[in-house]
Design a protein around this ligand. Sequence first.
Ligand code: ITT
Length: 202
Amino acid sequence: MRIFIASSNSGKLRELSEAGAAYSVVVHELPGSGSLPVPAESGSTFAENAAIKAVAYSRTVPGEIVIADDSGLEVSALGGAPGIHSARYAQQDNHKSSDAANNQRLLCEIAKYPGAGRSALFVCVIAAARDGKLLGTFEGEARGEILQAPLGRHGFGYDPLFFVPEANKTFAEMQGEEKLRYSHRGAAFRQFCEWLAHHPLS
Ligand code: ITT
């Protein structure tokens, strides 16, 4: 089974390729993805935004299955923020901000609520589409806690601040298969594979 992935995020691309290898799905980066028009993520949920991206990019490779990932971090003390705005949390003008700036803002915001607890949820929705039609959306979650300072040097995004009690590690202290085992993206990808196995596509 061959699928294409559309994402501008190298961390996601790496993890989804590793997930493909683990589940015998050959995952290709969408050809010419750097020069394709970027669809506006105008949805109000992860699922809507993942679907917008998968549907738009699937039109560029006729007959092929294209997946897109929309994901982010929901922090309880912040009423679920940054949520669908995770990629641009530190930016005022709706553009993407750097991982370092986003982590810095997260630490600043959560410090305002010292008694509120630090529990957080990572959410990932993978949408699959072919020829401009949505085939399905697949959601995965990971529960953890936000640390007071970064820990670990792997991964991307909020990984150094996201501590997984079950593993006694942050995501940034995990590599490859280990993060997939615990992560929202691994869980969403497994659901997608399960769906693929039961929906042979002609
Ligand atoms: P594409 O839309 O091009 O795929 P993006 O980075 O803009 O790339 P999103 O809109 O889905 O993707 O934003 C997700 C943000 O959430 C991402 O930039 C990270 O900061 C964060 N994020 C998602 N999954 C993560 C993970 O596994 N580890 C750390 N941070 C993650």
